[in-house]
Every structure is written in C-alpha cells, then in structure tokens.
Design a protein around this ligand. Sequence first.
Ligand code: SF4
Length: 388
Amino acid sequence: MSEKKVSDRQRIEELLGIFSGIAASPKSQLDMYTGLGKKAVGVFPYYAPEELVHAAGFIPLGIWGASGTVREAGRYFPAFYCTIARMGLELALTGVLDRLSAVVMPTLCDTLRPLSQNFKAARPDIPMLFLAQPQNRKTYYGKDYYVSELMRVKGELEALAGKKITDEALYESVQVYNESRAERRRFVQLAAAHASLVSTQARSAALKSAYFTEKREHQTLLKELNDLLAAQPAENPRDYTRVVTSGILADGGNLLKIFDEQSIRVAADDVAHESRSFRVDVPESLAAEAPMYALAEAFAQQTDDSLLWEADLSHRQQHLIDLVLDSGARGVVFLMMQFCDPEELDYPSLKAALDTMDIPSIQIGYDQQMTDFGQAETQLMTFKEIIG
Ligand code: SF4
C-alpha cells in the first residue's frame, strides 16, 4: 500500500476517533462552547427548528436522553415510561443541563407533552420553549399555524439572545443546515460502501456527534472524512451482513458492539435519531424570500415516520422496502423503544409489508437504561444465521 493510502487511512481513523470522542461526551462539548464564551440551547426531539436557534447565535445541542440509570426523574415518571423523557428530565435534575440558556421542546408524541410540563415544574429556572407542531402539516392552515408557533419561539429566542433574528441570518443558518444534512446523507452511503473502514459503532458516533457540534464545524470534519472514504477502493458488499435499522435510536454502544462482533453493518437506516432527521432539506429558494415559511414547508414535507400522521401507511411501508432493495440489505432490524406507542402502532403493518416481499426482519427491544444485551445478542446471532 502506498504511503499516501496509509496516511489517508490513518486520517480516516483519526476523524472517526474525533467523532467517537464527541459522541461519548456531550458535556465536554457544552463545557468547551461555554468556556469559549458561547451560549448553548438544548434541543429535544423531534424536528425542532434548529436553524432558528443557530440564527439567534446559540449553539444548538441535541438532547435525546443518555445511557444510564434514572433516579431523580423517577419522582416524575414511572419506571416503565419512555427513556427519552425519563433521561431528558434526569439530565435536567442532575445539573447536566445547568449551563444551557434554554431548551426547545417539540411535543409530537403523548410522552413529550407531559415531559414539557414536568420539565417546567422540575426546572423553572431553565427557560423551556414549548413547540406544538401540527400533524395536519401539509395543508395551508397547518403551515400557517406552524409559522405562528415558530414566530412565538423566534420571539422567545430573540429575548434570550438580546437581538433580532434577521431573515438574512436565518437564511444563512438554513444553508449551513442543508449542507450538514447533505453531508450526513453522503456519509450514510459511504459508510455502507466502506464497511471495513467504518464499523457500526463508528457510523453511529459520526452521526450522533452532529447533535453536539456546531453544524458548520461538524460538516467540515465530515466532508473531509467523506472525501477520504470516497477515494478508497471499492469493497465487496458480501464481506459483511448488511441490514437496514429502523426505530427511534440506534446508538447504544453495547448494542452496536454486538453488531460489530457479528460483522453486521448498517446498509441504510430508518432511524429517527439518524436518517429521518436529515433526509428533508429546507427549500432554499423559499428560505431566501420567507425563511419562516420555508421551515414550515420543510416540516410539511417530512414523511415516513411513526411520529407523523399519514392517511395510510402504504408510503412508509414502501419506503422501508425501498431502503432494503436499494441498499442491498438482507433484512431489517427493528429496534423497538420500550413504551413507544407511535413505533409500536406502525410495526405490525411494516412487518406485514416486509413479509409479503420475503424480506426477513427481527424486532429487538431497546431502551437507554438497558445494560444486559444478552438476549439481543442471541437474537442477532440467530437472525444473521437466517439471512446469511
Ligand atoms: S416517540 Fe416514542 S421514544 Fe420518542 S418520545 Fe415518544 S414515546 Fe418516547
């Protein structure tokens, strides 16, 4: 191997190491940004208008819970409740979010709505910017309603920032976010094509780190990684067992370690924390004229997600089938979050649609408090044997 190729591979490992470090320690990122005199705003799932936070001059930091044990939040939520809510509140109650200037709290599911109110009661000192998104998002009145909600959040961010969010600043943030989304979509393809260089854990970390890094900074690093990966020789897709993952989160280190130990790679994903969050761009021509309407339009165009209402599920079924066929995956691994009604409701129809196409699938229970993945390991080993 030439010296250049060796140094390119070293740099790929270095960049993946940087992303893993960031993903493993979001608090260090918060410390770093606040140490530099910057202010950060926490952003809860799903589809929060991060561009507004960015345009106000804040560093948006994603809050999708964390791994570990819930103690304090047990005073607000029962033990069986969804861990995104429990962990998010735990972070607030244990001081991890203390240095945030505010949090933005979208409320797309029945779990996030009570979380918003419990958060307000538990930490009245951290401003909570409530955001109600319309399920009727494609209609003109749905878009008008959403713009009115966004305007309210914009006003609250302006009050916190002590300055106006101009249309020009918002347009620039839209461009930054669109570029970041495009780079992450490119990475998903390249990671699948270079499975020997990008493990399942490394893939997850590269995507997860975007939640804790200013998007231009992250995009610059990811672009360098993507360019290096694109220059590497093609790999045989049959060297690894390739699957599509589907669910809310797929970032558990212990869980993904099993994927790597079994030589299982993610060919494509239908995960809320991953591709669902960056597959739709904000239309830039509209953003140049009316950026708030452009944000509402982008939300209107979101689809194929258990969190979003559709008249029927056939489009989402076909989307999942297409992900498998287009990526050459051999099956689908559903990572089912405990207590997640939206995902549980869609699952039977998705499974039935895959069955009619003879696409194997498996469902593995998952949440952020899990420590023992023995059952998941057995399931994945069996699944691998079935799909070959
Ligand atoms: S969609 Fe599911 S995982 Fe996400 S917050 Fe709601 S219940 Fe929890």
